[in-house]
Ligand binder design. Structure first.
Ligand code: GLC
Length: 438
C-alpha cells in the first residue's frame, strides 16, 4: 500500500461516523484541534466527510452564559471507559451554556486552529471541482457564526483586560500538555489528593507519557475549574495556573486573520471590527514575549509576569501568525541540531527529552504550521527542509502520534489521525511534485 493509501485507511479506521478518533483506545472521543487537522486530511479524498468533522466539533459548542462560544478540548459524542478523565469527571452537565447540547464536553479549550484549517479546506475544495467549491462555500457560511463566537469567547473570557495576550488555565489547553515551558507555573499548583485511575499507561509505555506528579496537578486544575462553576471571571481571579502561551496566541492570531478573510469571501454582513482591534492589540503586545536568549517568542507566566524562557516549537509559530520578528535564522539553527526536525523542545535545552511527549518529540502537524509561516516569511528553503524531514519520518516510521527527533522512531499512539491527515494534506502531494520536477 502507498503512504497515501495507508493514511486514508487510518482516517477511515478511526472514523466513528461524523467524527474521527485521534487513535482508538488511547483517545476514544473527538478532540478539538485534532478535529481540524483531521478534517484537512479528509478533504483530500472525501470532502463531504471533512465538513462533517467540523460540524460535529461545533455540536459541543456552548451557547449563552459567560462561556458563550466556548469550544471544549474534548467532545464526548459516545461513551467510552478507556480514557481518564472521561465525561463524568469534568462535571459540565447543566453548566450555563450547555443546556441545549446533546454532546457532553470537557471544561477547557484547545488551540483554536479551526478558521485556518477551514480556509485551507475551502482552498483545496476550489481545486477539486466547481461542485466541491460550491459545497465548501455553503459549509463555510454555516460554520462562520460558530467560528466567530469561538474567537470572541477567547478574547472576552481569556483576555478581559484586553492585553492582546490571551491566557490559558490548564496545560492541556495548550495542546502541548507536559511542555517544559509549564514546569515552573505548574510547580505552584497543588496536587490532587482524591483517588483516580489513569488509563493512558495501559496503552503507551510510561517512558513516553507524563509522570504522576503532572497528572495530580492537572486533575487539581480540572477540579478547580468545576469548583468555580466554570465562571471565567472567578477562574481568572484565583486560578493558581495562568499562562500566556505563545502557541495559543499565535494560532489564534493566524486564525483570526483567516476568519476575517472567510467573512470577506462570504460577504458576511456582521460587524467584525472587534476582531480587527484584537488582531492589532496582539500584534503589538506579542513583542513582550520575545526571548533575546533564544531568538524566538516564548510564553509568559501571567501570575508572576516572568517570561517562561524555554525554547519550544510553539515559539517558532511567530511567522505563521504574521508577527514582526524574522524566525529564519533560529529555525535554521534548530534544523542543524537534530536529524529529524523540528523537535517540540530545542535539543540543547536541559529539559529536552527525545521520547517524552511534548518535551522533545516531533509533532508533525505543528511542523506543518511552522513551515507554512516560514514560506510566507520568504524562507521557502527552510519550509522545504522541514517538509522533507516530515516526509522522511512518514516514510520510515508510518503514522504515529509523535516521533523521536534523534532516531526518527515513531512514538506514542499508533495509526494516528493527525499524522495521517498531515501527510495527506502536506507532504504527500508536495513531495511527489518535487520528485517529479527534479
Ligand atoms: C494529547 C495531546 C493533545 C491532543 C490529544 C489528542 O493530549 O497532547 O495535543 O489533542 O492528545 O490527540
Amino acid at each position: 500500500m502507498s503512504l497515501n493509501q495507508q493514511a486514508r485507511a487510518i482516517l477511515t479506521g478511526n472514523d466513528r461516523g461524523g467524527y474521527t478518533l485521534p487513535t482508538d483506545g488511547l483517545y476514544p472521543f473527538q478532540w478539538n484541534w485534532d478535529a481540524s487537522v483531521t478534517a484537512l486530511g479528509w478533504m483530500c479524498f472525501a470532502p463531504a466527510r471533512a465538513w462533517e468533522e467540523m460540524r460535529w466539533l461545533f455540536k459541543g459548542q456552548w451557547q449563552g452564559g459567560p462561556n458563550d462560544g466556548f469550544l471544549a478540548h474534548i467532545a464526548f459524542h459516545a461513551p467510552s471507559d478507556s480514557y481518564f478523565p472521561g465525561a463524568d469527571e469534568w462535571g459540565t452537565d447543566g453548566a450555563p451554556g450547555t443546556e441545549a447540547l446533546r454532546t457532553r464536553t470537557s471544561s477547557i479549550s484547545q488551540p483554536p486552529l479551526h478558521a485556518t484549517m477551514v480556509r485551507w479546506m475551502w482552498h483545496r475544495a476550489q481545486a477539486i471541482s466547481p461542485q466541491a467549491a460550491a459545497e465548501a462555500a455553503e459549509q463555510v457560511r454555516g460554520l462562520l457564526p460558530g467560528l466567530l463566537a469561538h474567537h470572541r469567547w477567547w478574547y472576552r473570557a481569556r483576555d478581559p483586560d484586553r492585553s492582546g495576550l490571551v491566557l490559558n488555565i490548564h496545560p492541556w489547553e495548550t495542546g502541548m500538555d507536559n511542555s517544559p515551558a509549564w514546569d515552573v507555573p505548574l510547580a505552584r499548583v497543588p496536587q490532587a489528593t482524591r483517588p483516580y485511575t489513569r488509563h493512558d499507561l495501559g496503552h503507551v509505555d510510561a517512558s513516553m507519557r507524563p509522570p504522576q506528579s503532572f497528572y495530580d496537578r492537572v486533575v487539581y486544575l480540572m477540579d478547580f475549574n468545576r469548583a468555580q462553576d466554570f465562571d471565567p471571571v472567578k477562574i481568572l481571579a484565583s486560578c493558581p495556573y495562568r499562562v500566556q502561551d505563545v502557541g495559543i496566541i499565535s494560532i489564534l492570531q493566524r486564525a483570526s486573520i483567516d476568519l476575517l478573510a472567510l467573512c470577506a469571501a462570504c460577504a458576511w454582513d456582521g460587524d467584525v471590527q472587534d476582531l480587527h482591534s484584537a488582531l492589532a492589540r496582539t500584534h503589538n503586545a506579542i513583542e513582550a514575549l520575545w526571548s533575546t536568549r533564544w531568538s524566538q517568542y516564548v510564553s509568559r507566566d501571567a501570575i508572576t509576569g516572568e517570561l517562561l524562557d524555554v525554547p519550544t516549537s510553539s515559539g517558532l509559530l511567530g511567522a505563521y501568525a504574521g508577527f514582526r520578528h524574522d524566525l529564519g535564522p533560529t529555525v535554521a539553527a534548530w534544523l542543524a541540531e537534530t536529524p529529524y526536525a523540528l523537535p517540540s523542545t530545542r535539543s540543547g535545552f536541559p529539559g529536552f527529552e527525545p521520547l517524552r511527549y511534548w518535551r522533545g518529540p516531533v509533532w508533525q502537524h505543528v511542523n506543518m504550521l511552522i513551515a507554512d509561516g516560514l514560506q510566507r516569511q520568504g524562507h521557502a528553503h527552510l519550509a522545504q527542509a522541514i517538509q522533507a524531514c516530515s516526509a522522511a519520518l512518514f516514510e520510515a516510521s508510518g503514522f504515529h502520534e509523535y516521533y523521536d527527533p534523534l532516531t526518527g522512531r515513531g512514538l506514542g499512539g499508533r495509526a494516528f489521525s493527525w499524522a495521517a491527515a498531515t501527510c495527506l494534506h502536506w507532504t504527500d502531494g508536495a513531495m511527489k511534485k518535487q520528485a517529479g520536477g527534479a
